[in-house]
Design a binder for this molecule. Structure first.
Ligand code: IDP
Length: 163
């Protein structure tokens, strides 16, 4: 299934937290927020997406007027991809990010990461998967499974001593 159960039997989700090129230098603040929300980072990778990789990642938005700007932005510098894990990690991380538009985030969710660090509706700090299916697909995009192991979201996480 798409959860990992810890020793106490609670449901842990894995999801993708992708830090966009606008805030890669503030990664420490973002990771601090992640841990403060009872999520942990289980994989991390700094990388740079090509134009076509960014276009693939955001395929669902290809018909949107902002698609070219989005792909251009996402391939303009380094990103940090993280697999994060915790109770309801998918929704907790998206809530932590706040509304898509950074100006709206400052009004509606002043404690959110986008309110603190976002620039506008495009340069908005991070991406979070919007469902468990998307999380599985997006984790696979950044952390492809190796032979002998299942996809990221179904692998058993055995080394965690903190939860
Ligand atoms: P989300 O990242 O909050 O889930 P989506 O609607 O999935 O928001 O959009 C994906 C990304 O596309 C946003 O995070 C943002 O970078 C960019 N984007 C969304 N809407 C706009 C817009 O109206 N103008 C410019 N960029 C946008």
């Amino acid at each position: 299934d798409q959860y990992t159960r810890n020793k106490l039997g609670s449901k842990k989700e894995r999801t993708l937290a992708l830090i966009k090129p606008d805030v890669v230098t503030k990664i420490g603040d973002v990771i601090e927020s992640i841990y403060s929300s009872n999520l942990i980072v289980t994989k991390a990778k700094m990388t740079r997406l090509s134009w076509s990789q960014a276009a693939d990642f955001y395929m669902e938005h290809q018909s949107k007027p902002f698609f070219n700007n989005l792909v251009q932005f996402m391939s303009s510098g380094s990103v940090v991809a993280m697999e994060i894990m915790g109770d309801e990690a998918t929704s907790v991380w998206r809530k932590l990010l706040g509304p898509t538009d950074s100006a709206a985030a400052r009004k509606e969710a002043p404690q959110s990461i986008r309110a603190h660090f976002g620039t506008d509706g495009l340069k908005n700090v991070g991406h979070g998967s919007d469902s468990l299916d998307a999380a599985a697909r997006e984790l696979e995009f950044f952390f492809p499974s190796t032979i002998g192991h299942g996809p990221s979201n179904t692998a058993t996480f055995t080394d965690c001593t903190c939860c």
